[in-house]
Design a protein around this ligand. Structure first.
Ligand code: ATP
Ligand code: MG
Length: 300
């Protein structure tokens, strides 16, 4: 007779799928009194792409790490909710099983572990989910797992998407990889694991122009109505390829401005100086030092 209850339920469901960050404060574990993040408020809904830009040292990577539960950081205040969970109460492993993914700014090598084994373990953990459903055995295709054949088929498809050579999967994770290859491997992991929330920390840096286009096309091919993306970047150039719904400027541990794509264009044009001053922040370096110049690797 009344439609109130289902409407409320639907809205609750929709809210659950939004990443909600409220008043997040984070410090390095070695010095908990020196807060790097000083109250971040941010919401990312499913299907939304949020770009985060900001000067070096403003706290972008710290935000990415804190969201994933990096052990070098301590959360000194605030909340993070996603999919009905108190994210900050979960181990990094559980956050990943829940569907969160971080593409590292500086990926680490893991000698002795092949790319294929690494990704297969990650995929199996994802399939089993956060509550480790015993009914699902990721190694058993009959019990909801991915067969070796299916895994290989999927891997080939994703390698082709990112224009990566098939020999990559037999190599050790990031061992001897070039900077650009490391960034592509991060994207291969994302393509295989199919997260619902992806944080890409400067995935564009170190890529040449062709690789940037390939990676951006890869990300665009992964976009879907269930996937929320936090895209950390210094360069408006990436945003020509991956269109953000919102652009945020992070400076001195706070989001000082949010806007549309025009904000990224303004930053490219003016650098960070004027926007920092507008926010009432002290800027003690000349504006030219805060410009978003092209990385050296692209200056040909
Ligand atoms: N584990 C840590 N211990 C001490 N200080 C840290 C730690 N991690 C980050 N910092 C400091 O916090 C500040 C923010 O660092 P962060 O790496 O988050 O910046 P960023 O915005 O990602 O910069 P970039 O654009 O250069 O990648 C820097 O001054 C950095 O030196
Ligand atoms: Mg960083």
């Amino acid at each position: 007779m009344t439609t109130t209850a289902p409407t409320v339920d639907r809205r609750k469901h929709a809210d659950d799928r939004r990443l909600i960050i409220r008043g997040l404060r984070v410090a390095p574990i070695a010095d908990p009194s020196r807060e790097i993040l000083q109250g971040i408020d941010l919401e990312v809904g499913p299907g939304e792409v949020h770009a985060i830009m900001g000067p070096n040292g403003s706290g972008k990577t710290t935000l990415a790490y804190a969201l994933m539960g990096h052990p070098s950081y301590v959360v000194t205040g605030g909340e993070v909710h996603w999919r009905g969970r108190d994210v900050l109460a979960l181990s990094p492993d559980k956050r990943a099983r829940l569907g969160m993914f971080l593409a590292f700014q500086y990926p680490t090598a893991i000698p002795g572990l092949s790319v294929a084994s690494f990704i297969r373990s990650g995929l199996n953990a994802r399939l089993q989910g956060i509550d480790k459903n015993d009914e699902i055995d990721p190694t058993d295709p009959v019990k909801g797992g991915v067969s070796m054949l299916e895994f290989r088929r999927k891997m080939r498809e994703k390698l082709a998407l990112l224009k990566m050579d098939e020999t990559f999967v037999t190599r050790y994770v990031n061992e001897g990889f070039s900077g650009g290859e490391k960034k592509r491997l991060e994207m291969l992991q994302m393509a295989m694991l199919e997260p619902e929330l992806a944080i890409l920390d400067e995935t564009d840096s170190g890529l040449d122009i062709d690789a940037l286009r390939i990676v951006a096309e890869g990300v665009n091919a992964m976009l879907n109505p269930d996937l929320g993306i936090l895209l950390i970047t210094h360069y408006q150039r990436l945003l020509n390829h991956i269109k953000p719904d919102v652009v945020h400027v992070l400076a001195q541990g706070r989001i000082i401005k949010s806007g549309g794509r025009g904000l990224a264009l303004r930053l490219e044009d003016e650098g960070y100086g004027p926007i920092l001053r507008e926010a009432g922040l002290e800027v003690d370096v000349p504006d030219d030092a805060l410009r978003l110049d092209e990385p050296a690797s692209l200056a040909h």
